[in-house]
Design a protein around this ligand. Sequence first.
Ligand code: NDP
Length: 683
Amino acid sequence: MPLLQSYAAGRWFTAAEGPDGGTPLLDATTGEEVARISAKGLDLGEMTAYARAVGGPALRELTFHQRAMILKELGKHLTSLKDEFHALSLRTGATARDGMVDIEGGIGTVFGIASKGTRELPDDTVLVDGGLERLGREGSFLGQHVWTSRPGVAVQINAFNFPVWGMLEKLAPAFIAGVPSIVKPASQTAYLTELVVRRIIESGLLPEGTLQLLSGSAGGLLDELTVQDSVAFTGSAHTAGLLRTHTNVLHGGVTLTVEADSLNCSVLGPDVTADDPELDLFVKGVVAEMTVKAGQKCTAIRRAIVPASMADTVVDAIAARLATMRVGNPAHADTRIGPLASLEQREEVRKAIQSLRSSAEIVYGDPDRVDVLDGDDQRGAFLSPVLLRAAKGAVEPHDVEPFGPVSTVLTYDTVDEAVTLAARGKGSLVASVVTHDAAVARSIVLGLAPWHGRILVLDRDDAKESTGHGSPLPMLVHGGPGRAGGGEELGGVRGITHHMQRTAIQASPDMLTAITGRWTTGSQRRVEEVHPFRKSLTDLRIGDTISSASRRVTLADIDHFAEFTGDTFYAHTDPEAAAANQLFGGIVAHGYLVVSLAAGLFVDPDPGPVLANFGVDSLRFLTPVKVDDEIAVQLTVKQITPRSNADYGEVRWDATVTNAEGEPVATYDVLTLVAKTWPLSPA
Ligand code: NDP
C-alpha cells in the first residue's frame, strides 16, 4: 500500500519506513487498507524554517489583492478536480452529500475569503484598523492602528471529519494574511488531504513555501515554533489540553487557537405548537445534524431542548424522520447515513452512548445493531442513529460528546430554564433557536449569546434561505467560548487578521500617510495645474487635491432647493420656527444642498477618466450654513485601489467643505471609479 507523503521544504518526502511500515489507514466502509502513514525521518525544523525563509517573504511581496486573486484561481482549479476528490472521499465514509459539505464547502470558503480580500482589504500589504485618534491639540500628533503580517508560520492541525474543508478554511485566511501554512491533517483521513495538497502543489498557483503538508504524527512540531508562529487546532479537548501546556505556548509566545468538543443545542421556543411550521423546521434541523457526516461534526446538535409539553411530539417526529434514513455504503444512492470514520471511532461513540444512558433512555435506534444497506457492520463502522430522552436533572448530556449520529432530547418548563440548560454545555460553537415569537427570540438569544460563537434563529420567514445550523460560513465567526475551545476562525476579515499583528502607530499626519499608503487628515495636499479629474488611475497620486473657489449660499438657493426637492423642513423655510431652534437660530441651508453645491465646486465636467461616483462614506454636517455664508471645498485623493479584474479602480477622496472662517461645515469621503488609462483604449 502507498505510504502517504509529506510536502516539506519544496519536495515530496517519503518516511523512512520499511516496505511494510507506517500506520494502515482503513476504508470506513470495507475495512480495506487505503494507504499507510508515517512521518518518520521528517525534518520538522527544516519545514518551519523553510516556511519562514521562503514562503513568508514570497507571500509578503504580494498585496492582499494579489493573494486574493491567487486564491480565486485556486478555487477554480480545485472545482475542476472535484470529481476526483469525491471519489476518494467515499472511502472516508462520506456519502455524496457529506462530500459536498467537505469538498464544495471547502472550495466555497476559499472563494468567500478571496472575495473578502478583494472587496474589503486594500491593494497593499498593510491594513488600516479603525479611525484616527487625535493625540494633540494642533492635530500634528495622531494615532492609527494598523495590521501587518506576522513573519512566522501558521501550523494547522485538523480533525479527521473534514479532510478538505478543515484544511482550506484555515489555509485561505492565513494565505491572504501573508503567512505560510504547514497543514497537519488527522491521520485517519489524511489520504484525501494529501491528494488535494498534491493537486494544489502541481498547479503551481501558490508561491513555493506557502503550503507544506505533514502526513503523520505532529509529535515535536510545536518544539520548532517560536514567537511569531501560531497553531490553529481542531480536535479533541484532550489533545487541546496537551497543546495548551506546551512550553512554547506557555512561555515561548506561540499563539494557539483551539476549536474542540462542543455540545451544541437547538432550542424549540415555548410558542411553537404541533401545528406550526417551526416544529417541522426544528425536527428537520436535529435530524440533519444527526445524519450529515453521520453526526461527526463539531457543530452537530447534541442536545435538543424542548418545552416539556412538546417532548412526546418532538420525539415521535424525530424518530419518524430517522426511520426513513438508511444507514449503508456511502456509494449507494439510497444511503443517507454513511459509516463513522473508523471502527475505533464507533467504539468511542458506543461508550459515549453508554454514559448517556445513565440519565437518559434510548427512544430511537440500537447502538449495537443496524440494518446496513450494501455493507457489512463487522468490517465497516456503521452505526444506527440513536435518539435519547433525558430525565430532569440529567448530567451526562451536558458533559459527554458522542461524536456520531446521536442526540438527546431535554425538557424545560420556563425560558430561563432553557437558557440554563443550554449554558450547562459550558460553551458551544453554535445553537439554533426555533421560534416565531420575537420576544421569545430576544430572551433566548440574549441568554445564549455569551455561551455561543454563532446562533441561528430559525422560523418560517428565513427557513427557505437559511444555510442551516451546521454550516460555518466564511463571513461569520466559527468558534465558541469555554469547552468549545475559546478560539475564533473565519468571520470575514477577522479571520485574516487573526494571523496579523495590530500595532498602534503614533506619528505626524505626513508620516501616517507614508506608512499606511492612505492620505491622513492634516497631511500635505498637492494642488497642481491639472485638475485631478483629468488624471487616470495610473497618474493619480495620494494627496492630489482640488482646492475650489468659494461660493455664497443665498436665501434664493435655499428656497429653490426646498421647492425643487420638496424638503421644506422648517429650518430651511420658516424663519420664525428656525430662529426658535437653539441649534440654528435662523434659516440654514439643507445639508444635502451644501454637499450638492460642493460637487458643483469640485467637479470637472468634461468626459474624462472619472467614470462614476458610487457613493459617499462617513458624511457629517458639522457647522450650520447660514444665509449668505461662503463655502469652499477641498477634495483630496485618500486611497487608490486598482481592481485587478477591470480596467478601472476605486478612488476614495477626502472631502472637506469649509465656511469663510475656515470651520469645517461638512466632511465625507467621495467614492469614485477611475479608468486606469485615459483616453480609454478602444474595445
Ligand atoms: P484528536 O484531538 O485526537 O486529533 C486531532 C488532530 O490533532 C489530529 O490531526 C491529530 O493527529 C492531532 N494530534 C493528536 N495528538 C497530537 C499531539 N500530541 N500534538 C499535535 N497534534 C496532535 O481528535 P480526533 O480527530 O481523533 O477526534 C477525537 C475526538 O475529538 C472526536 O471523537 C470528537 O469528540 C472530537 N472532535 C471534535 C471536533 C470539533 O471540531 N469540535 C472535530 C473532530 C473531533 P493524528 O490523527 O495523526 O493523531
